[in-house]
Every structure is written in C-alpha cells, then in structure tokens.
Design a protein around this ligand. Sequence first.
Ligand code: TEU
Length: 541
Amino acid sequence: MSNIKKWKDKIVYQIFPRSFKDSNNDGDGDLQGIISKLDYLSNLGINAIWLTPIYETQFADAGYDVLDYHKVWKQFGTLNDFKKLAKECKKRKIEIIMDLVLNHVSDEHPWFIKAKSDPKSEEYSYFIWTDKPGDEESIFGGSAWEYVPEIKKYYYHLFTPQQVDLNWGSEKTIKAMAKVVDFWYDLGVRGFRFDAIQHVSKEYVKGHFTHSFAPKMVSYLQALEANIQNPGKDMFIVGEASGINPKKAIKYTRGKEYIADAFYNFSWWWIGWNKNTGRNGIDESWKVSDFANQDAIEYQNNPKIKSHQIFNFLTNHDTSRAISRYIKDKKYYVQGAKSLALFIFAQKGIPSINYGEEIGMLNGGFHQRSDFRDVDAYNSFKIFVDEQKIYTEAHMLKSHNYNSRDNSRIPMQWDKTEFHGFSDNHQPWIKFGDHIGKHNVESQIKSRDSIFNFYKKIIKLRKGQLRNLLVNGESSMMINDDEVIVIVRVYKNRKIKAICNLSNEPKKYKFNAKDIIISTYKDTESNVLRPYESVLVELSC
Ligand code: TEU
C-alpha cells in the first residue's frame, strides 16, 4: 500500500498532452508546452497532473495504442523533456500520474509483429488467438476478432483492431509490464493510472466469454504488483474501471483482493448517453436527480470508502465537457460551471479536473464527420449511419456535438489571439472550439468572478481553511423532493454543507446567507437558490 497521507490531499489536473500547449508550433501540444504552463497550474493550486499516454504511438486511439512504453512519442518530445518535466514538477510539489495502458498494445508493437510472423515465438503467447471466432464484439463496434491471413488465426481486440489485447495468462507479459512501471518510477513518477484495469482477464465464466472483472483479474494484477521493484512504498495506483461501483471499490482497494489504491468514480459519466448506443447517441431526458444516483450516494455515505479511494470527475478525455452537457441554459454557463465545481469539490474523494474545465471551456463544435478525430466517433458514423442506418448523419452529428470524446480533447484556450495561445500560427491537429469568447485563461485570470477564480478559491479552501472537513471529514449526500442536492461534511466539531442547485429553476431551501463560505453567485439571499445557485455554508454543530 501506498503513501496515502500524501495522496489524499491531491487535486488532480488531467492533461491531454496533444491539446494543451504547442511549444514548437507544429500543431501538436508537447511536454515542453506543459513545462511552460506549470506556473499557471501552480497558481491555480493543483498538486498532481495526470497525463494521458505520452508513449510512442500510432495515435489510433489517442495514445492508448502503445508502440514503445519506454519512449516518448516524438510529437510530444523526448525522454529528456520528460526528465525536465519531472524536475520542474518536483520543484513545484506537483506529482505526475502516468497513464499505463495494460490491456493491449499497438498492432505495430514489435511483440505483435514478431508474434504474427512466427506462431512458435515466445511473443505469440503474449496475445489471445483463435481459429474460430465467436460473436464477441469490440467496444468500438464490430467483431472483436481480426484475421491474420499469414498464420490463418484470429487475434482478440476489445477496442480497435490496432489495439491488440495482451494475454495476461503469460508471466512474460506481466513481467514486461512491471518493468514499464519501474522505468517510469525511476524517472520520478509516483502516480500510475492503470487503464482499463477491469478488462485484463478474458475468460469463459459458466460458458460465457467475460472481459470485465473476470475471476483472474485480481491474481493477474497482483502478480504485476509483486513484480514491481518498488511495490507500494511511495507509489499510488488509481484504477480505471468504468464498471466499478462502491461495493467493488471497497473490495478491490484493500485486503486479499487489493489491486489499486483508488478508483475513478464513474457515477455520472453516463448521464446524457443513449441507453443503446452509449456515448455514440444521446438522451436528453436525464434529470438532475441522476447526479445523486444510488452509487454516488453510496460512495459518500459509506464510511468504509475513504477519501483517498475515489477520484471524482465530471469531465475526462472519455466524456464530453460537463458544462455543455449539463447546463441546459447558456445564460447560466458561469454559475453552472461553478455549481458543478462545488458539487465535485464538496464530496469525499480526490477531485480530478479536466484541462480547460477551470475556465469553463465548452464542447467543440464539429460541423461534419471529417472534423472528428476520435476513432469511436468516426467508427460510429460508419456503423450507425452508413451500415445499420439507425441514425441520420444529422442526428449523429448532433449526438457527437453533445457526447463525443473529441469535445474534451480540443486545444486549450489560453488567450484571444488567432491561435488562442495554443500554437504560434500553426493549425492544430483537431479544430479549435467554436465558443471561445470569454472562455480563455488570460481574461479569466483578470476577472474576479470568473470560473477560474472560483476554482482557485475552492482549491485554496480545500488546501487550507477547510482541509480537515473536505479531506478528512465524514460525508453524506442526499437529494430532496425539489432536486436540491446536499452534501454534508463533518470533522470533529465543525460541519459544512454544500447546497447545490444543478437546475435552471429557482429552488427554495432553508439556509442563512450569513453562513456562506462560497457561492456561485455574487450576492446571495437566505432561503432561496436561483438557477444554478449553489452555496457552501458553515453550520453550528
Ligand atoms: O477507457 C476504458 C474504457 O472506456 C472501458 O474501460 C470501458 O469499459 C468501456 O468504455 C465501456 O463502455 C480507456 C481509456 O480511458 C480510453 O480513452 C481508451 O479508449 C480505452 O481505455 C482503450 O485503451
């Protein structure tokens, strides 16, 4: 187990490196770009950055298709740049969380090239093969089996065909992955995000092919951890498993079935997704009460779940941007963005902010298919529009402008110049968002009531005045009949309450304006919450 004391204080900032800051004007963000913005991040107050994969890649799935785990993708820079980043982060007491893609490698990875050229090679056993493919499907659509004519076999891929699933039954695979952890540990990395952790084992369970939380998952991951040179001591592992729930989170973060120190809290990511086609569709009939769903409440109310064991987020690189998705009325974007921030920061758990969320960056604005870069989005046009014809082109576009992952991967908006401070004068690899206006760093830093300054304030409260309450306090979440969500935190003889109106309607709720610590509006009256007005109040115990 790990240095929990240190990690429970973390406020994580997720960076999608290709879109953060382009230092060499080639249209791709890079490590030097990140280094140049560390002072900005320190000023915001965050103390950990999570980098989505920076390894050598074909970028078939945004870097989650790794060619070499020991190299930095050339578009992002070099290992020396990474060393510099680690040094500069250390100076500022910012931890780095590396995204470790465990479940699969790129189909151009030397292991797979060797495996498919020689079924007798050791590398062949690193992958999952069959002569007769079943009807298993890939998460990104189509069959999960791909034919290799040279050897007349099919290999298994849960995601794209360019992401070949590893056979975790092979000890060699496990040892190779442990070496990857050691490699980055030696470069100063202490935080690891284990990607798609629920999928590492593929097994037949009672005759059914199972790829999520299959029985051997625990022993595979424990074997990995046993092979790491610096097991535990000062490392922190956050598991990414979209099928997690509070019961599983308890089970897998302790005792005999320990596999990670924390898990992402996936309680909200599905809100607005279509019941059948997920994020490749849309469902606008969601309700505010969905935010206080059973899992979300259980994560808060169950004292067995400790504050360092969940990472709370509303936006990440697998969702669209929360503000565009959840704030129904444009006029309230600012108050809405602040309310969502308060909702996350008031909860037990480590908050994880997606880059740009702190300035209220909105969804991208994609006008045609070719504007998309995400493999999941462009596959969906082929499958749901061209082949199955269940959606029209226009409907698919509308859905993706609401839910596509590309929305949270657009270039960061630093200032009002033509290239928004992202690059000097080079077009970026993915289009800029349409709605830039006031959603840029430069203007928000200057404006006292900006979303940025709200984040800054709430981060300061979490690190200072309210640290014990927000980091160590007991928590409970509830929702009333009027859909006001309330989060109460108690520590020793202090008690605070976040009263969140995540709707565009006014609500009545009993509280005293003089007890307000922070509010999403400039002025506040007692006992009434305007649209998206949320307040944090101190209560007498
Ligand atoms: O996501 C994993 C992921 O989305 C699955 O765990 C999930 O089970 C599935 O979506 C269920 O619908 C990670 C990355 O975050 C994502 O960006 C990658 O595309 C994916 O792994 C493949 O590496």
